[in-house]
Structure formats: structure tokens, C-alpha cells
Design a binder for this molecule. Structure first.
Ligand SMILES: [Zn+2]
Length: 250
């Protein structure tokens, strides 16, 4: 699943500190601008002149009895996915973007009223895809954490469905933004997804899956466990989605 490793170059601490400071300022600005925009758009005349944003569907991967990947310290992917989804949701909605969450609780989305035995995961994925199908023109962002048997692998990775130029455009922006803001040594490129990634392969909307990092790598798992780092990653996703929307709006 993973073929590109990161170089071991390290940047001066001052560079890292500068990045973190920039991100903190940007995060505050994103929220402040959002609140200001919210106040401005409460006026109906101003609201009519507001740019038309597509709905963004945020899909927190896994949930309930499906914990997803796990770290050696017991960290579960499903929990981090949801934490990231909430932060991203708040950044987008406070900036005037409508958001649909596929889940806001620790659950899988299969229908409890039918015979789900042996196919909970299949039904869950179908339900998530249905949410995308029900919202044509939306931007679908699925949030996950990675894992691999060899512990040395680390770094953010985006996937997009083969043949979707729109999805590739968003995937490129996200991968480049994370590299620029947080992981200058990350050499990964966005990867195409085949039928093995159901939610991308069958998605009719612009769709990406972000693998935020490897829980199998102890150092990256530790970073992902820190709220401040998840805030920084979410900000990178937020900036990328807004850039993609701006590009689309011409
Ligand atoms: Zn996952």
C-alpha cells in the first residue's frame, strides 16, 4: 500500500517553530474571518452577494465496532478521524461553507432494522456513499489514519478516484499544502484509487481520501494524538478546500 518513504533530512528548529507560529496565526484568522463573515452575512442583502460554495461532506472513517487502524499506545483511528472532522467542520462552517457530516458519533452507519450480520462494513460504506449521491455537486472528503506492518513509514497521503480530474485537482492541492505547511520532507504524491477504495471508486462527486499519518509509526502516532497537531492538519485541509473552491469559482 505504501511505496514511498520519506527522506531523513531534518530542518532547523527555527523553521519548524516559524511554521507552527504561522499555522497558529492562520488558524486564529480562519476562525475570526469566519465569525466576521457570519456576522456580515446575517444581513440578508449581504448574504445574497455571498459566493456560492459547494456543500462539503466530511466523512470520518470507521466508527463503532470498527476502530480502524490503531497505535501501539492504544490510539484508535476512528476517534482521531472524528476529532479531525469536527475541527474541519467548524473552520468551514464559520467561513460560510455548508457541511454535512457522515457521522458525528462513534457509530457505523448500517441499518439496524435489516439483517446486517456479516455485512455491517459493506452496509456502512453504502450508507456513506448514499449521502454523497444525495448531494450532487458536493465535495467529499474522507478522513482516515494509515497503518503499515513496517513501522518506519510515515507521512500524509491523499488518494483520489482514477479518471476524476476534479478530484485529482483537489488531491494535488491538499498534498502540496500539507507539504508546504507541515511536512517539507514528505515526498509522497497523490495516489489513484481503484475499486479497492469503494467510497472513491463509486463516488460521483469530487472526492478525496486523506490518510493523515501512520499510527503504526510511534512518533507520528504521538503527533496525531496531540490536539494542536490535529488543528494544524485540519487547517491545511481547510485552506486546500477553500483554494479548490476558489479555483472552481474562477
Ligand atoms: Zn481508515
Amino acid at each position: 500500500m505504501v511505496s514511498i518513504s520519506q527522506s531523513t533530512n531534518t530542518r532547523p528548529a527555527a523553521y519548524a517553530l516559524r511554521c507552527v507560529l504561522c499555522l497558529s496565526v492562520l488558524a486564529a484568522l480562519a476562525l475570526l474571518l469566519g465569525y466576521a463573515a457570519g456576522n456580515r452575512f446575517s444581513d440578508t442583502k449581504a448574504a445574497s452577494a455571498a459566493p456560492q460554495y459547494p456543500v462539503v461532506i466530511i466523512d470520518a472513517g470507521h466508527g463503532g465496532e470498527d476502530g480502524g487502524a490503531s497505535g501501539s499506545n492504544g490510539t484508535l483511528e476512528k476517534d482521531l478521524n472524528l476529532e479531525m472532522a469536527f475541527i474541519l467542520r467548524d473552520m468551514l462552517t464559520s467561513n460560510g461553507v455548508s457541511v454535512i457530516m457522515t457521522r458525528t458519533e462513534d457509530v457505523l452507519l448500517y441499518d439496524r432494522s435489516i439483517d446486517y450480520h456479516g455485512r455491517k462494513k459493506q452496509l456502512d460504506l453504502k450508507a456513506r456513499l448514499q449521502i454523497s449521491d444525495d448531494n450532487p455537486g458536493a465535495v467529499f472528503v474522507s478522513i482516515h489514519m494509515n497503518a503499515f506492518p513496517q513501522k518506519q513509514y510515515s507521512g500524509f497521503q491523499v488518494y483520489y478516484p482514477q479518471g476524476s480530474e476534479e478530484s485529482k485537482a483537489l488531491a494535488d492541492i491538499i498534498q502540496n499544502t500539507v507539504k508546504a505547511l507541515l511536512q517539507p520532507d514528505n515526498l509522497r504524491q497523490p495516489k489513484t484509487a481503484g475499486s479497492n477504495i469503494y467510497l472513491l471508486h463509486y463516488n460521483k462527486n469530487t472526492a478525496v481520501m486523506v490518510e493523515c499519518g501512520f499510527l503504526s509509526n510511534d512518533a507520528e502516532c504521538q503527533r496525531l494524538s496531540e490536539p494542536a497537531y490535529r488543528q494544524q492538519l485540519s487547517l491545511a485541509l481547510f485552506c486546500s478546500i477553500m483554494e479548490y473552491i476558489s479555483m472552481k469559482n474562477g
